[in-house]
Design a protein. Structure first.
Length: 218
């Protein structure tokens, strides 16, 4: 895996709840059969929660595998669009515009662009989500205060695991942890979230010209 892709996995993909997961292979029948009625009910509630979200914005805190910490704000408009603003001293800027994902590093003066369909971000930003049918669910834990769903799959960025943590009462997403193929964890907690309010389409614009100029060495 290249340095650029590793950086994307640990910074950008994490924030969209992705990490090398989802949506290319259906849920294995053996796994579906092994889910209890309580687990299936929790998955159905998680599906309903995700599919009710059209827009969301709030704050996030990210913890990297080496203990590094970053904070900022995020803005989402499903399907396909998301924006992450990292607070200083971070120089990272992340945008998905519905077809592509851009990760810009202002410190290094670089911008990398991937098709959205080939990145972990496709999970959070899909138009319709059905975890029981469309994802590889490797575990569901139902506790009095939390519901935890573990997904596993392969993507362009390698094999990995995504752990989603929801509030048991409201089914609101609270945190996710990405585990990459090397076993490194990156966790993101979101708070002060507002859902289904107005959003500004200008937040989700990618500067494709900057990427073209970069490739030309200008």
């Amino acid at each position: 895996m290249t340095l650029a892709r590793r950086s994307f996995l640990r910074k950008a993909a994490v924030l969209a709840a992705g990490a090398a997961l989802l949506a290319v292979a259906g849920l294995a029948p053996a796994m579906a059969a092994s889910l209890s009625s309580e687990q299936k009910r929790s998955l159905a509630e998680v599906n309903a929660y995700f599919n009710s979200l059209k827009t969301m914005h709030g704050d996030f805190i990210q913890f990297g595998p080496n203990g590094e910490r970053a904070e900022g704000k995020f803005y989402m408009a499903r399907p396909g669009r998301i924006r992450f603003y990292y607070n200083p001293p971070s120089k990272v800027d992340i945008v998905a515009d519905g077809k592509s994902v851009s990760v810009k590093d202002r410190k290094m003066a670089t911008q990398d662009i991937w098709p959205l369909s080939e990145t972990p971000l496709r999970f959070l930003l899909a138009d319709k989500i059905n975890l029981e049918k469309d994802a590889q669910v490797s575990g569901v834990s139902v506790e009095p205060d939390l519901v935890t769903v573990v997904l596993a799959d392969d993507s362009t960025f390698g094999s990995g695991k995504l752990t989603l943590i929801f509030d048991a009462e409201t089914i609101a997403l609270k945190q996710w942890t990405v585990t990459d193929a090397q076993g490194y964890d990156t966790s993101v907690a979101i708070y002060n979230t507002k859902v289904n309010g107005p959003t500004n389409p200008k937040l989700f614009k990618i500067d494709y010209n900057a990427n073209l100029m970069q490739r030309r060495g200008k």
